[in-house]
Design a protein around this ligand. Structure first.
Ligand code: ATP
Ligand code: MG
Length: 381
């Protein structure tokens, strides 16, 4: 998106400054397959970043340094991302013209679509359809507040690193998914998938991994983060829709604490899928109740996509973020939407030494790392 340089890199650090957890990882991009060489993360107090805006710089810098120290990161270029209300992604229609001309005209067009002063934003776009009739074309407009982009870049610099690219988190997530789709292991290890419709003829259990992951599918990437759920719907590499729902792991934790009488620490353990010693039935009910709010939050947008003829809904859900292991959430979403649902595992497309992670840690952390992997792959794809 908002690249400061556009050179191919031999290695890149993906730095996902989430509102709850900072994740850093470095990919060596010289081999036939990217190699994950360094990895580290650190918690952030909830007041440090609110709705993508940095409220306490010092806390964030400290967390970046902590994650970087744990990863023992070398000083390579960094790709990071912004998210939240200061980022706007919108499909727009404008007069047909060349990409170069559009690059200039987009500033005039954007004025009608972005609720910020045009001088205060950085713009990027992608032509989705270069001819939609009536001499018009369709573009995807991406706008982000300049001070936010510069603020993130400065933060990374103040933490001792060199920011090279500031992307948008949902696009980085998409990048990781697409990389996995096109370069991932073409094996049949789809262990994490939960198929709501296993018995139907179309999915008779003989599908190969490639068939199961048709690239013509409409895929909903659902990133259930600490504070928000980002929904990013893509088809054939083109984002159709992206939206933040104001619901995240925190909402599940709150209900676990309240209804199950748990400490915050035990609620965290439950959120990560360990329900030992707690009322499993109640956990399921809570996950269904909060999961329904996510479902309901998405409904208006889905209906809009259907009525506008953009899409008949989606064919697959890929769940990422810290909420991916919430007990029963995967099955619940698969059932409500009636489509296969799987947990994102971006590490599957990477080489790494087994001792980079503790036992079972790679599977546990994979879904939290989609954005950072997508960022670190940014120049390598
Ligand atoms: N292994 C884990 N390590 C840390 N947090 C985890 C883990 N598993 C689940 N979680 C939960 O997920 C939350 C963090 O999720 P995630 O990293 O996706 O959020 P974030 O990116 O910081 O937030 P957002 O995307 O909303 O800005 C934590 O607050 C915690 O409750
Ligand atoms: Mg996140």
């Amino acid at each position: 998106m908002f690249g400061f340089l556009n050179k191919k890199r031999k290695s890149l650090i993906g730095m996902d400054i989430g509102s709850n957890v900072v994740k850093c990882l470095r990919l060596d991009l010289t081999g036939p397959r990217p190699t994950l060489t360094h990895f580290g993360m650190a918690d952030l107090p909830p007041e440090a970043i609110v709705d993508g805006e940095i409220m306490d710089r010092e806390l964030v810098i400290e967390a970046i340094r902590e994650a970087a120290d744990r990863a023992d990161l070398p000083n390579d270029p960094v790709a990071s991302a912004v998210a939240g209300r200061a980022v706007i992604v919108k499909k727009i229609v404008m007069d047909k013209m060349s990409e170069d001309d559009a690059r200039e005209a987009i500033y005039w067009e954007a004025e009608q679509h972005v609720p910020f002063d045009i001088d205060d934003i950085s713009l990027d776009f992608q032509i989705l359809q270069d001819d939609i009739g009536a001499d018009q074309m369709e573009l995807l407009l991406v706008a982000a507040k300049k001070d936010m982009i510069l603020g993130y870049a400065e933060l990374i610099r103040d933490a001792g690193f060199n920011p090279m690219v500031i992307d948008v988190a949902s696009f980085a997530n998409q990048n990781a998914w697409e990389y996995l789709l096109h370069h991932g292991p073409a094996s049949d290890d789809l262990d994490g998938e939960f198929d709501a419709d296993m018995d139907s003829e179309s999915r008779d259990g003989d599908d190969s991994a490639e068939e199961a992951h048709e690239s013509s599918e409409t895929v909903a990437l659902l990133d259930v983060g600490g504070g928000v759920t980002n929904v990013h719907i893509i088809k054939e590499g083109i984002p159709h829709f992206t939206r933040d729902l104001p619901l995240g792991v925190a909402n599940f934790l709150e209900e676990f604490q309240k209804q199950l009488g748990l400490t915050y620490e035990t609620a965290q353990r439950v959120a990560r899928g360990d329900i030992d010693g707690v009322d499993a039935q109640l956990v399921t009910e809570i996950v269904h109740a909060v999961g329904s709010e996510i479902y309901d939050g998405l409904e208006p947008s889905l209906s809009y996509m259907k009525t506008s003829g953009e899409s008949d809904g989606f064919d697959r859900i890929v769940l990422s973020g810290g909420g991916a292991h919430l007990p029963g959430l995967l099955a619940f979403l698969a059932e409500r939407y009636g489509v296969p649902c799987e947990v994102a595992d971006p590490l599957r497309a990477l080489n790494f030494e087994p001792d980079l992670f503790g036992p079972g840690e790679a599977e546990e952390l994979g879904p939290l790392l989609t954005v950072s992997v997508g960022l670190a792959l940014r120049e390598g794809v």
